[in-house]
Each structure stands twice: as structure tokens, then as C-alpha cells.
Design a protein around this ligand. Structure first.
Ligand SMILES: Cc1cc2nc3c(=O)[nH]c(=O)nc-3n(C[C@H](O)[C@H](O)[C@H](O)COP(=O)(O)OP(=O)(O)OC[C@H]3O[C@@H](n4cnc5c(N)ncnc54)[C@H](O)[C@@H]3O)c2cc1C
Ligand code: FES
Length: 279
């Protein structure tokens, strides 16, 4: 059992939680994730390790379905049934030169830990964080503190540059040499943004978010197509060479269980008042 130490809301449906999990905290590296099972009968969901502090790890998640809603209802002192991790391969941190770390929406959760590691490896680090509107922007101060420069963009122009992270990246690529880029966000955003760096052949990593079940390479639910080969995102990734990823297949597979996910959420809403945590 893992105790929730702190729980706060960062934005609309976006929650931050610090959890006591020394076995994860002591070994976690940038780019890795954990698998959470909230209660005995709950499903297992993957969440990025967003930060580490002593014996605690931070997760940041958007409440989009049954399990993330249930997780968002936990308060300090509540217990999480299982946490497995750290899982996946760490980010390929090296001294590249100038690195750009791009976080989109809740994907910003993964950005500071990668930015800090890239900075510690001697890179000049530029951060770009983007969201649909200012209310959905998270971790701006934290990113400002760990990057050499930070750009903020919103789709509706309510904060920072009016436009997408891809537009900011394109503008910066015209001004200077960029050696390496990380993009973490919704699949469509990663597809579009990595298209920008593909033309200039800039080394680019994306962190893929397929459906996962066991997180250890046993079930095959997280399979993705990279460079024409089937790879398991949980053990071969979640980061891959952006220019080799079949994003269309990733998005198509991500929609496979939408009717079941919708049904599970409705069932949770119907029962959550009477038996919170027991579903
Ligand atoms: C390696 C990895 C790291 C992740 N890190 C984070 C994170 O730090 N913060 C965060 O908010 N989310 C993260 N996700 C996505 C997160 O796992 C899903 O949002 C979660 O599983 C949804 O569970 P649910 O039961 O609440 O919703 P469900 O009922 O399972 O799904 C609700 C909606 O979310 C979509 N969805 C389901 N699974 C995923 C998925 N794996 N990726 C994207 N969309 C999904 C469904 O298509 C559906 O529209 C990560 C995914 C992976 C693979
Ligand atoms: S989640 Fe089962 S093989 Fe990757």
C-alpha cells in the first residue's frame, strides 16, 4: 500500500499527487513511468514519473476516465493499492548541444524531469509548453526554473504566443541550430510537431502513450509500429525516434476500447456516491 502525501488540483481536471513510494523514487530516471492500481479490483494505468523528492514520487494526471477520476478523489493519508516501477527505458540523455523540450497539455508533466536531466548533462535547454488555453497550462514556474529559456503557447492566445508549440519550434529553428528535441503530448500534437524536425533531420524523441496493461512486455497491448517493426512501448519505450513512429496506427489503436471506457466511467459515476473506491 502506498500513502498519498499531497494532492492538489493544477488545472481543469488535472491533478498532482505526491506518493510515498521509496522503491520507485530511489531508482527513477527521466522518461520512466509507473503503473498504478488504485484498489484491489481496479485496472492498472500507466503514469509518468513527473518528479522525485526523497522517498516520494510525483504523478500528474488528467481525469479522463474511471481510474483517473477515482485517483483524483484520493486525499492525503489515503492509500493506493499497488505501484509498480520505475518502468520503461529512461530518456536517452546525452550532451547534444541545444535541446528543446516540448510539453503539450498534460504531457507537460514529463517535461521538467527531462529538462533537468538534459541541463545536468551540459545542454543548453529551451522549454516550450503549450495548451489549449491558459487554464490548462501547468508547471510554468517549474519549467522556467530548469530551462535556459522558456516559451509558452496557447491555441487560443489566452497566454503567451498565440499558436501551437510546433509554430514556436519552427520559429526557433529558423533562428538557431537545434540539436535534439523531445516532444511529449497528445499523439496528434507529437505527429505534427515531429514533422517540423523531420525536414531538418533533427534528432527527435517522442514519448508514446498506447494502452498498457501489465507494463512488462507480457500482454502486447502496448504494441506500436516503429521503423516498420512492432515494438512494445512499455519495455522498448516509451520514448522512440519520432521520425520512425506510425502515429496514425497509434491513434487508431488508442480508440479501440472507447465504448467500453465510456461505459466504465458511466458505471463509476452511478455507483461512486455509495461505494467510493470499491468498484
Ligand atoms: C507510458 C505512459 C505514461 C502516461 N503518463 C500519463 C501522465 O503522466 N498523465 C496522464 O494524465 N496520463 C498519462 N498517460 C495516459 C493514462 O495512462 C490514461 O489517461 C489512463 O490510462 C486513462 O485511464 P482511465 O481509466 O481514467 O480512462 P479510460 O476509461 O481508460 O480512458 C478514457 C479516455 O482516455 C483515453 N486513454 C486511455 N488510455 C490512454 C492512454 N494510455 N493514453 C492516452 N489516452 C488514453 C481513452 O481513449 C479515452 O478517451 C500515460 C500513458 C502511458 C502509456
Ligand atoms: S503493456 Fe503489456 S506488453 Fe506492454
Amino acid at each position: 500500500m502506498y500513502r498519498v502525501l499531497k494532492a492538489t488540483q493544477l488545472a481543469d481536471r488535472v491533478f498532482q499527487m505526491w506518493v510515498f513510494a521509496p522503491h520507485v523514487a530511489h531508482h527513477a530516471k527521466a522518461g520512466q513511468f509507473l503503473i498504478v492500481r488504485v484498489n484491489e479490483s481496479g485496472e492498472r494505468i500507466p503514469l509518468t514519473i513527473s518528479a522525485v523528492d526523497g522517498d516520494a514520487v510525483r504523478i500528474i494526471f488528467m481525469a479522463v476516465g474511471k481510474t483517473t477520476e477515482l485517483l483524483s478523489s484520493l486525499r492525503p493519508g489515503d492509500m493506493i493499492r499497488d505501484i509498480a516501477g520505475p518502468l520503461g527505458r529512461p530518456s536517452e540523455i546525452a550532451t547534444y548541444g541545444t535541446c528543446v523540450i516540448i510539453g503539450g497539455g498534460v504531457g507537460i508533466a514529463s517535461a521538467p524531469i527531462i529538462a533537468k536531466a538534459a541541463k545536468a548533462a551540459g545542454n543548453y535547454v529551451i522549454g516550450i509548453i503549450g495548451a489549449r488555453n491558459s487554464g490548462l497550462l501547468i508547471l510554468e514556474d517549474e519549467m522556467r526554473a530548469c530551462c535556459d529559456e522558456l516559451f509558452v503557447a496557447t491555441d487560443d492566445g489566452s497566454k503567451g504566443i498565440h499558436g501551437f508549440a510546433a509554430d514556436v519550434l519552427k520559429a526557433e529553428m529558423e533562428k538557431r541550430t537545434i540539436d535534439c528535441v523531445w516532444i511529449i503530448g497528445p499523439a496528434i500534437m507529437m505527429k505534427v510537431t515531429s514533422g517540423v524536425t523531420k525536414k531538418s533531420n533533427i534528432k527527435t524523441f517522442v514519448s508514446l502513450n498506447p494502452i498498457m496493461v501489465d507494463g512488462t512486455g507480457m500482454c502486447g497491448s502496448c504494441r506500436v509500429q516503429v521503423a516498420g517493426r512492432t515494438r512494445f512501448a512499455c519495455v522498448d519505450g516509451p520514448e522512440f525516434d519520432a521520425h520512425q513512429v506510425d502515429f496514425d496506427l497509434l491513434m487508431q489503436r488508442g480508440r479501440t476500447y472507447q465504448p467500453e471506457e465510456h461505459e466504465a466511467l458511466e458505471h463509476y459515476h452511478e455507483h461512486s456516491c455509495s461505494c467510493k473506491g470499491g468498484i
